[in-house]
Ligand binder design. Structure first.
Ligand code: NAD
Length: 442
């Protein structure tokens, strides 16, 4: 390629992105990819979504949403503006920008499973053409974009930074938080080369209010991990404080609320029944794995992981003690778990500690049911199965259980009614502030 052509390729792409004439393909129509696709569509771009899940593709093309906090009207609006979904990767050739939002889980050895990311890239490579940008949004260890995606993109003879462009721009979605939408969450962007960064900024600046450039894809990857590790470590700290406070008969939630009145130098984190969701229990271990390559141990991460991982068992032992004090064994007791989503006001059960708690209780012989207004039927999960439907919380139903275990503090639970009728509540979220004969904090 001549120098003029190289410049032309990049400049033409930047122009098309800035003028919203570019076509955007988003790969992975999940919690991250779908809102982003809708945002691009709302801002007037031509957008398509690529996903291997045909049910999701069909739903989107019918104007339906499968994510509770994304209303169907938003999908319908996007469809009216020309948004379509497909499982046909050849459409990638028509995109100017391809944004990858596929899962990055851990494998059974708790090591990074990059197969979704690398598999996606392998599917895209045959359709790459000069003048395209690929941006990875999936959370991953520093070096992934450079070591895994760049060689794949260059395998067809293109040069990244000249013919094609490559960025890493981590997602910062906070599902269920009404204070932020995709556009109002500042977005980090790192480019594989300075030209890649220029293209990346043009890609995001039209749809996100504030895009924060960083010097490399590795910095962008590490930034996302720091954000999530910061949460995991601080949650580990308050979970440890919870155990200490419990032994000392001090209410840890009262302590945190009091500490949070300090106007500087303290950020409140809240203890709970364990970590959940696709990010906090998983992402730190991407760094742990990569650090080993450098002969380093991630001691804070592993310690926090150990403490957080022990929480479901700790909560179950608090329940067992509380039942014991009432002359009952766990075995044969009827226990209702309140909330199986991993956090309040969402319908996402991935890695939810509630599910582990349900399994621990069943293993001890309890008869377990759940109530979660956001999850009417226990969903299909890879490693867990309960043939259950959410129980309606009538006074009669509440009274019928030996214990209610509050695992997820959804706003829609009627806490006064629960408190009035429950024989025993084991509260792992600090919802019930007052000491009370039927409430045990866990
Ligand atoms: N959910 C969050 O709140 C959140 C926040 C920040 C970052 N992230 C990160 O974003 C990434 C995506 O997370 P998510 O929550 O959107 O996951 P998700 O499971 O909701 O969605 C991923 C989608 O990718 C699809 N997919 C899988 N393999 C594919 C392939 N080869 N080609 C096309 N589509 C494929 C799946 O069918 C699914 O629809 C992860 O790396 C996650 O860590 C998630």
């Amino acid at each position: 390629m001549t120098q003029e052509k190289e410049v032309g390729t990049k400049d033409a792409l930047v122009k098309a992105l800035t003028e919203k004439k570019a076509r955007i393909g988003i790969v992975g129509m999940g919690y991250v990819g779908l809102p982003l696709a809708l945002r691009y569509a709302a801002m007037g771009y031509r957008v398509f979504g690529l996903d291997i899940d045909r049910e999701k593709v069909a739903a989107l093309n019918e104007g339906r949403s499968y994510i509770e906090h994304i209303g169907p009207q938003l999908v319908k609006n996007a469809c009216e503006r020309g948004f379509t979904a497909t499982d046909d990767f050849s459409l990638a050739a028509e995109a100017d920008a391809l944004i990858i939002c596929v899962p990055t889980p851990l494998n059974r050895y708790r090591e990074p499973d990059l197969s979704f990311v690398t598999g996606t890239m392998d599917s895209l490579v045959p359709f790459l053409r000069p003048g395209q940008v690929v941006s990875l949004e999936s959370t991953t260890y520093p070096g992934t974009t450079e070591e895994e995606l760049k060689p794949r993109m260059e395998s067809s003879g293109f040069v990244v930074g000249k013919d094609v462009f490559l960025c890493f721009s981590p997602e910062r979605e906070d599902p269920g938080n009404p204070e932020f939408v995709t556009s109002t969450i500042p977005k980090i962007c790192g480019g594989q080369t300075p030209a890649c960064l220029e293209v990346g900024l043009a890609l995001y600046q039209q749809v996100i209010d504030k895009v924060v450039p960083v010097s490399s894809t590795r910095v962008a990857e590490m930034t996302k991990l720091l954000e999530n590790i910061h949460r995991s470590v601080n949650i580990g700290l308050v979970n440890e404080m919870k155990i200490i406070c419990d032994r000392m008969d001090i209410d840890v939630h009262e302590v945190i609320r009091a500490a949070a009145t300090k106007p500087f130098g303290f950020v409140p984190y809240w203890p709970g029944p364990g970590l959940g969701g696709h990010c906090i229990p998983i992402d730190p271990f991407y760094l742990t794995w990569k650090a080993r390559e450098y002969g380093l141990h991630t001691r804070f991460i592993e310690l926090a992981g150990e403490i957080n991982h022990a929480m479901p068992n700790w909560v179950v032992s608090k329940l067992a003690d509380a039942l014991n004090e009432r002359g009952r064994a766990v075995k044969g007791s009827r226990v209702l778990v309140l909330g199986i989503a991993y956090k309040k006001n969402v319908d996402d059960v991935r890695e939810s500690p509630s599910v582990e708690i349900m399994e621990l209780l069943v293993a001890r012989g309890a008869i377990v049911e759940y109530s979660d207004p956001h999850v009417p039927t226990f969903p299909r999960m890879r490693e867990h199965h309960f043939d259950l439907r959410s129980v309606d919380l009538s006074a009669e139903a509440i009274q019928s259980y030996d214990a209610l275990l509050l695992a997820t503090n959804h706003d829609s639970f009627d806490y006064p009614v629960i408190k009035q009728h429950a024989r025993l509540i084991v509260d792992s979220r600090g919802v019930f502030l007052e000491r009370s004969a039927n409430v045990v904090k866990a």
